[in-house]
Each structure stands twice: as structure tokens, then as C-alpha cells.
Design a protein around this ligand. Structure first.
Ligand SMILES: Cc1ncc(COP(=O)(O)O)c(C=O)c1O
Ligand SMILES: C[C@@H](O)[C@H](N)C(=O)O
Length: 358
């Protein structure tokens, strides 16, 4: 009987997933080459593994999704003035410490999807900045999509429309695929199908897949060659990366098939929340439940406190599930929602204040 993961009751984020004893045991046999010199076998094998899944010709192991995203975007860009277009909720804009401004010296066009869920080609066409010689502008040089975004699966047909338009207009298209694994499981779309539609994809091993660290950026050989410079420039060169890459490969091989468990937990809790009378901010597609921060009239301060009462770690209006959660913990989350709903009935919270992360 495998030991219960230490983060069995963790719902603040799927970044808290932890390596299993079996994953850690693989480290003993890891290669120990210097991956800065491209000489580490396990790192090369992991990069190859992700390239084969996505159909891209080159891959680059990075210590984080932030690094992977930011060097991808920088590598697509040439010289300012240029703009990046993305959804206003995108991690590359909200949570990567303004890397687009510093590393890429880019303006960012953030777009609120008209449908409230995902960008459409029409959204992009309405907001992109054409390269028409107008000296006032910073033309759009790259569109960055996120899949999943807040757990929402980006419809493949819309990705196809956007990808074709980008290519027809000589605009690069990147995917922040921190949770593209979940998108693939939920939609049935293969990573190879996604791969064809993006010039680069950043895939995280350290979120829902459960590796302790790392992401892989995939793209053309020329793009990855440039990205490797920016990886090194920003301190991302890893010497003996083998142990880390070995765990990443283990996660990909053994945990991809477990993701649906988290999706089922989230769907169950989302249904329960609505049965209570709570309002979801967005539908549950994969491993996140987002409660509406205003309509539920819940004081953000209550969330952590009520979580402690039921021995589950929650901290915001976002509830993140992973395959490492237990049945007991999921029941604990439901008890938290019931208490929050009661509190909101008794003393509705109406302040409109920032809620921190998510
Ligand atoms: C959608 C998304 N992209 C990128 C990242 C960045 O990954 P990391 O935390 O490894 O920098 C995260 C956060 O973990 C994320 O949620
Ligand atoms: C906060 C953010 O960087 C992280 N990716 C999360 O989803 O929790």
C-alpha cells in the first residue's frame, strides 16, 4: 500500500505535488553528465521524450515554467518595439514578475475574452497591433495562449483558427502548457495535435504531473538554440540535471494517467458547491474549482481559517486538486464550502478588495 502523500490535504495549488518514494528512488540510477554541455543522458532523454510526444524537433529542460515561458517569448522576438498579445489572466502576464517587460522589453496587449472563457480569433483580430508602418505602435509579434487556463480547456477548433491566422500573418504563437497534460486528458486531443498548432510550447512537469521541479520547452531547432542562450543568460544552466530529469521522466511516464482523478474530484466539489447555492466563477473542466469572489459574499479571511478547522489547506477562491489528494481531504473541502456558505448567509461580505493569488 503506497504511503499517503504528505500533501494529501493540499488544495492551494497543484504546485504542491510531491515526488513519490518510487520517483525519488529513480534518482540513484540517474546520469550525472553536465547538461550545460548537453552531455547529460537523462536530460537529453527527457527532452527527446517530450519532443516525441509533441512532434517538435527540439526541447530544452528548464528549472521552471516561468523561465521556459519567458525565454520562449524572448526567443521569438527580434527587437523592440514589439507586443505580445495574451488573455488578461495569463500567467506570463500576471505571475511572471514582469518578465515580458524586462527580458523581452515587450508591450503586452491583454485581452478579456468576449465569451468570458477563452480567447477567440475575433478577440485577437479586434485587439492585435498590425505592422503597418504606424510609428506610434508596437506591432504584435507573438500571440501566447494558455491551455489549460485556470483549469479551462481551450477548444481545439479555436486554437486551429488562431494558429492559422497567426501563421498567415507572420505572427508567432506560443502555448503556456503548464497543464496541457490536463487539457489533453480532458479533451482527448493529443499532445501531437496541440504541438502542430504552436511554434513553441512550455510544458510543466512540476504541477499536476508531480515532479518536484522542471519544465520542458519545445520548438524548432533554431528557436531552442536561441532559447538556450537566454536560459544560460538567466542563470538557468543546470550542471548534473540527470536526477531532476529522471524524476521528470518518471512523472510523465507514471502520473499522466492519474490526472483524471483530480478532474473527478474537482467536478464533484464543483457540483456540490452549486448544490449548496454557491456560484462558480468559471466552469470546472479539469483540476480547479473557482468560486466567484464577489457573488458568494465570502470574506477571503474566512477561507484559510475554515480550512484549518477541517484540516485542509485552502487559501483563496481557487481550489486546486491533484491526484495526490485523498477522499478524506476532498470531503474536508466540501465541509469547508458548507461552512463558508453558512457564514456568507449569516454575515455577507461585500467589500471589493484584491484577493491575492487567484
Ligand atoms: C499556467 C502557469 N504557467 C506557468 C507557471 C510557472 O511555473 P513555475 O512556477 O514553475 O515557474 C505556472 C505556475 O506554476 C502556471 O500556473
Ligand atoms: C501562483 C502561480 O505561479 C502558480 N502557477 C499556481 O498556479 O499556483
Amino acid at each position: 500500500m503506497p504511503a499517503t502523500p504528505s500533501n494529501w490535504n493540499e488544495f492551494r495549488s497543484d504546485t504542491f505535488t510531491t515526488p513519490s518514494p518510487e520517483m525519488l528512488a529513480t534518482v540513484v540510477h540517474a546520469s550525472t553528465g553536465d547538461s550545460v554541455y548537453d552531455e547529460d543522458e537523462d536530460t537529453l532523454a527527457l527532452q527527446k521524450q517530450v519532443c516525441e510526444l509533441t512532434g517538435h524537433e527540439a526541447g530544452l529542460y528548464c528549472v521552471s515554467g516561468t523561465l521556459s515561458n519567458q525565454i520562449a517569448i524572448r526567443s521569438h522576438l527580434n527587437r523592440p518595439p514589439h507586443s505580445v498579445l495574451c488573455d488578461y489572466r495569463s500567467h506570463i502576464f500576471v505571475h511572471e514578475a514582469a518578465g515580458l517587460a524586462t527580458l523581452s522589453q515587450a508591450m503586452v496587449t491583454t485581452v478579456i475574452p468576449a465569451n468570458g472563457l477563452h480567447l477567440t480569433l475575433e478577440d485577437i483580430q479586434r485587439h492585435y497591433i498590425p505592422d503597418n508602418g504606424d510609428i506610434h505602435s508596437a506591432p504584435t509579434r507573438i500571440v501566447s495562449l494558455e491551455n489549460t487556463l485556470h483549469g479551462l480547456v481551450f477548444p481545439i477548433d479555436e486554437i486551429r483558427r488562431i494558429s492559422k491566422w497567426c501563421r498567415d500573418n507572420n505572427i508567432a504563437i506560443h502555448c503556456d502548457g503548464a497543464r496541457i497534460w490536463d487539457a489533453a486528458v480532458a479533451s482527448g486531443v493529443s499532445l501531437a495535435e496541440y504541438g502542430e498548432l504552436f511554434d513553441s510550447i512550455s510544458l510543466c512537469l512540476s504541477k499536476t504531473l508531480g515532479a518536484p521541479i522542471g519544465s520542458v520547452l519545445v520548438g524548432s531547432k533554431s528557436l531552442i538554440r536561441v532559447a538556450n542562450h537566454f536560459k544560460k543568460q538567466n542563470g538557468g544552466g543546470i550542471r548534473q540535471a540527470g536526477p531532476l530529469a529522471r524524476m521528470g521522466s518518471y512523472a510523465l511516464t507514471h502520473n499522466f494517467s492519474k490526472l483524471r482523478t483530480a478532474h473527478e474530484y474537482a467536478a464533484e466539489v464543483g457540483r456540490y458547491a452549486e448544490e449548496l447555492g454557491l456560484v462558480l466563477q468559471i466552469p470546472v473542466h479539469t483540476n480547479f474549482v473557482f468560486l466567484d469572489p464577489e457573488k458568494n459574499k465570502i470574506d477571503p479571511q474566512w477561507i484559510r481559517e475554515v480550512g484549518q478547522k477541517h484540516n485542509v489547506k485552502v487559501a483563496s477562491f481557487r481550489i486546486a486538486f491533484s491526484f495526490q489528494n485523498t477522499r478524506e481531504a476532498v470531503d474536508g473541502v466540501k465541509a469547508v464550502l458548507k461552512d463558508l456558505h453558512t457564514l456568507a448567509q449569516q454575515k455577507p461580505y461585500t467589500n471589493r478588495t484584491g484577493h491575492g493569488i487567484y
